[in-house]
Design a protein around this ligand. Structure first.
Ligand code: GLN
Length: 535
């Protein structure tokens, strides 16, 4: 019998439910169990593809091209859970399916209701996502905060798991906040209230994970236990970690969270092995040297928008035993009349991330131009690669008004544009290249050496492409087209000749990097950055 762990959150959002869920997954995997991570998002959107980065942070893309919540990125970095469209469930998908079934007459004239029709569909989606002989435990993170109207059907479905499968196969982990008030006192009242909210809908949490500034004293734990009926040993302090979120599985293990979970679910460990993870945290705590990496983007004030890119840079740091200082630069600032050599005076490497829309593009072009002329390692990802091509066309081919038709539809030099067959489709959606596809790398190029292979599989999420009609001229003037798709020869990567380290990729390597297996492009980029000495 498979086991199901539901992770809910109380008091407020952004407490780290994703990290809690995936850290439990990490520990169970390190005990030799097969796990599957599932995210429930109670919003009505069918997927995260259309959501603004301002509201929802990064859109994480899976191999099969599903545009999902960024928590799936956390799952990918902490665990080996398979991730596909099955692992991301939204209210929009559930209702869409049930309404479609109703229209097809599948309910035989019965009244279609939240209980049982919506809850049955939720349960069936969870079973589908956790199917597979290799899966011992499914960990289901319920997005939102207990008490939200939207999450009620999901919590009701979760409650029914106990009814359907028996208490011994289902576990509820509730993440809550123990805030500090004036005078430094820690308060348990919000936790009591949020546990009460859960109980109102028939769920008694088995484990409480308490976010607090520091480790909770015994007295505090006893008080929380008394009010919530959760055993004292099952009240875990998720205190603020000093170095990295990658410490969280270890601080949970120190408090026996993994043994408690195994015990409650009557699961047997195949022997715990945390050596690999421990060594990652050791490197993060005791790095050798350090580098300053500039990210020149447009959503710089929001931490979550470039989440996988930031994490991948840290992974590159782990691989090189190097501390990363991220220097976030708002691309629009570079469009003003400022001295770039001051801005980049202590920068070892420049990364231009993906993005959509015109804002900040010319600032990114400035940054790329500066990196090219000053031999600073430069890594362009998706939009970043397109900017590298635009910059080269403007400054080397001297076609000063060259642009992407995404930003200037009437540009006389559309060096980045939609493919002809996409043009009529533009307003109809469905024109995005999404998910994993194969690229072929040219022998002797930097990127081919880094991968050590001519054929790679990477994930895409973009609409525009390098216009093939410019390739010949750009190549003659020194831009190296280092990777292509097979069939239609779309450009997949570029690099500059006579430059220490420059790579632009049309795909998103950041979705494949993990602390255990840092992506080779990020490892190489950070290595090159450690070798770049600024004046
Ligand atoms: N806006 C560009 C495109 O659609 C780049 C997308 C991205 O960076 N993900 O092609």
């Amino acid at each position: 019998m498979k086991r199901y762990i539901f992770v809910t959150g109380g008091v407020c959002s952004s407490l780290g439910k994703g990290i809690t869920a995936t850290s439990i997954g990490n520990l169970l995997e390190n005990h030799g169990l097969g796990i599957r991570m599932i995210k429930i998002d109670p919003y009505l959107n069918v997927d995260a593809g259309t959501m603004s980065p301002y509201q929802h942070g990064e859109v994480y893309v899976t191999d099969d091209g599903t545009e999902t919540d960024l928590d799936l990125g956390n799952y990918a970095r902490f665990t080996k859970s398979e991730l596909s469209k099955l692992n991301s469930i939204t209210t929009g998908q559930i209702y869409q399916k049930v309404i479609k079934m109703e229209r097809e007459g599948q309910f035989l004239g019965r009244t279609v209701q939240v209980i049982p029709h919506i809850t049955d569909e939720i349960k069936s989606r969870i079973f589908q996502a956790s199917d597979g002989e290799d899966v011992d435990v499914a960990i289901i993170e319920v997005g939102g905060t207990v008490g939200d109207i939207e999450s009620i059907p999901f919590l009701e479905a979760a409650r029914q798991f106990i009814h359907d499968l028996g208490k011994e196969n289902v576990l509820f982990v509730h993440l809550t906040l123990i805030p500090e008030v004036a005078g430094g006192e820690l308060k348990t009242k919000p936790t009591q209230h949020s546990v009460n909210k859960l109980r109102e809908i028939g769920i008694q949490p088995d484990i409480l994970v308490c976010r607090s500034p520091e480790f909770l004293e015994k007295e505090m734990v006893s008080k929380i236990s008394l009010f919530t009926n959760v055993e004292e040993n099952s009240i875990i302090s998720a205190y603020d970690v000093k170095t990295s979120v990658y410490e969280v599985p270890l601080i949970f293990h120190d408090q026996n969270l993994d043994s408690i979970v195994l015990d409650k679910l009557k699961l047997k460990s195949k022997g715990i092995d945390l050596k690999e993870w421990q060594s990652i945290v050791d490197i993060l705590k005791n790095p050798g040297n350090s580098v300053n990496i500039a990210i020149v983007g447009k959503y710089i004030n929001l931490n979550d928008t470039y989440k996988s890119i930031y994490e991948s840079i840290y992974h590159g740091g782990i691989a090189n035993r190097t501390k990363i200082n991220l220097v976030k630069i708002d691309a629009e600032e570079l469009e003003k009349d400022i001295d770039l050599s001051k801005i980049f005076s202590n920068i070892n490497g420049i990364l231009i991330p993906g993005g959509f829309g015109q804002r900040g593009i010319n600032g990114m072009v400035e940054a790329v131009h500066f990196a090219r002329l000053n031999n600073i390692p430069c890594f362009g990802i998706c939009l970043g690669m397109q900017v590298m091509v635009i910059e080269y066309t403007r400054n080397v081919l001297k076609l000063k008004t060259a642009d992407s038709t995404e930003f200037t539809p009437e540009t006389p030099y559309p060096v980045i544009s939609l493919l002809e067959e996409q043009q009529g489709l533009r307003t109809m959606g469905g024109t995005m290249r999404l998910g994993k596809s194969i690229s072929f790398l040219q022998k002797g190029t930097l990127i081919q050496k880094i991968y050590g292979s001519d054929k790679i599989g990477e994930r895409h999420r973009h609409r525009y492409e390098v216009s093939n009609s410019y390739i010949e001229e750009l190549e003659k003037s020194g831009l190296i087209f280092s990777g292509f798709t097979k069939d239609n020869n779309l450009v997949e990567s570029v690099e500059w000749n006579n430059h220490p380290w420059s790579i632009g990729v049309q795909f998103h390597p950041e979705f494949l990097s993990t602390p255990v297996n840092p992506h080779p492009l990020f490892t190489s980029f950070i290595k090159a950055s450690t070798e770049h000495l600024y004046e």
